[in-house]
Ligand binder design. Structure first.
Ligand code: HAM
Length: 423
């Protein structure tokens, strides 16, 4: 029986890789312009990091982690997200000792054991950024605008930014009690998940997608009306900075997000073209995450964007993605010219930076031309017996059909000029 890729995982095949490289390239370019540097952390971490960092009562930790014991009996977990690992790395390498803030970005696979569906996978890829060591509200605006500009750079127009403030440990615990009081009579009407959330994480009830839960919470007080002075001032300043940049956003007081580490600003970017999995990305401030995982109190903020979803949105919005490079040249042989002769010429072209290939299957000249055509190769180099004896080769432009005889010694220079002109 043929072995297939595990459920919820996907191969990215050569014809699709160009799209990925385009999106990843945009992310890297945008980050460079915004002053971020790349960071790469392992794909697995000690399970403890996510228990403490993301929070034990979150869906991600309680239901969705790929946790396993290694041969040394350690409990390890495939990273379900990038923030806790990057925060761990920042602390482990004492990056707080360097000039602050530290601004990093990452692109890589994440793993969550969830029910796969369109836009939801068990291995998916995120582009994320994290800023450590700055609590200024303009950082919040800067980070959100980076995400927006990234989507614009991809050519997406159906993108909505929703923003909220989830408060800090001081104002949130008072609000949490208030919310529980208000919902006490209504618990029995909530969905199964929200009944569970009532004790553990009542704020999450507010952004439950269940219609009944939404109705039952229609008139409850919202966090934004119960922020402490500091959180309220911070939120106002974030909105002011966004207004000054002329960026539009929607204040959604129900936005809570599924990770426990958020404080103050929380945001999500959605697209209506994505269907049920409408969240393109999300993030927020996490001023206590570093102390929760054993470090000093250092503020942080960041976001992560689901790259599969970004690509799905591009497809739905019919954004054309520039196709990745094809071969510049194909070296074909005619008559009795040996394959080793073709290999030597191909290598000579490659050494000059020309993307070139040859036939490896002993095809006839006609079949070689057909192959080159199928591969959309622009220039064909034909090596014929008679010509070779004279130290010449034929160069054919597959686009306009013109061809000319070129000396072997001048072939590389000739092709380099043609390729340059064609680009
Ligand atoms: P998150 O909201 O859990 O946040 O994930 C961010 C994005 O990853 C989602 O908006 C979605 O586009 C994508 N995503 C999540 N789960 C899946 C899945 N199963 N399949 C496909 N795409 C998925 C975080 O991960 C936080 N670490 C974001 C952050 C960074 N907050 C602060 N810094």
């Amino acid at each position: 029986m043929l072995i297939k890729a595990p459920r919820g995982t996907r191969d990215i095949l050569p014809p699709d890789v160009g799209q990925w490289q385009f999106v990843e390239g945009k992310a890297a370019e945008m980050c460079r312009i915004f002053g971020y540097q790349e960071i790469r952390t392992p794909v697995f971490e000690h399970t403890e990091l996510f228990l403490r960092g993301v929070g034990e009562v979150t869906d991600i930790v309680s239901k969705e982690m790929y946790t396993f014991q290694d041969r040394g009996e350690r409990s390890l977990t495939l990273r379900p997200e990038g923030t806790a690992p990057v925060a761990r790395s920042y602390l482990e390498h004492k990056l707080y000792g360097e000039t602050q803030p530290v601004k990093v970005y990452y692109i890589g696979p994440m793993f969550r054991y969830d029910r796969p569906q369109a836009g939801r996978y068990r291995q998916f890829h995120q582009f994320g950024v994290e800023v450590f060591g700055a609590d200024d509200p303009t950082v919040d605006a800067d980070v959100m605008v980076l995400a927006l500009k990234f989507f614009r750079g991809l050519g997406l127009s159906d993108v909505t930014l929703q923003v909220n403030s989830v408060g800090c440990s001081a104002c949130r615990s008072a609000y949490r009690t208030l919310l529980q009081e208000q919902l006490r009579e209504k618990v029995s009407g909530l969905c199964v998940d929200c009944t569970d959330r009532y004790e553990k994480n009542p704020l999450r009830i507010l952004d439950c997608k269940n219609v009944r839960c939404h109705e039952l919470t229609e008139n409850v007080p919202m966090m934004t009306d119960h922020l402490c002075q500091e959180c309220a001032t911070h939120f106002t300043a974030v909105k002011q900075a966004m207004d000054k940049l002329g960026e539009t956003y929607l204040v959604n007081p129900r936005l809570v997000r599924g990770l426990d580490y958020y404080t103050k600003t929380a945001f999500e970017i959605t697209s209506s073209v994505l269907g049920a999995q409408s969240s393109l990305g999300g993030g927020g401030r996490y001023d206590h995450l570093l102390s929760t995982i054993g470090g000093p109190e250092i503020p942080g903020i960041g976001f992560a964007i689901g790259l599969e979803r970004a690509l799905l949105a591009m497809e739905a919005e019919k954004v054309s993605i520039p196709v990745a490079n094809t071969l510049d040249a194909f070296v074909a042989t005619a008559g009795d010219v040996g394959a080793d002769e073709a290999l030597a010429v191909t290598m000579m072209l490659r050494d000059a930076g020309i993307a070139a290939d040859k036939d490896y299957l002993g095809r006839s000249l006609k079949a070689q031309l057909k192959f080159a055509d199928k591969k959309e190769v622009r220039f064909l180099i034909i090596l014929g017996d008679e010509e070779l004896k004279l130290g010449m080769a034929t160069v054919r432009d597959m686009k306009n059909g013109t061809q000319q005889s070129v000396s072997m010694t001048g072939l590389t220079a000739h092709l380099t000029a043609l390729v340059k002109e064609a680009k």
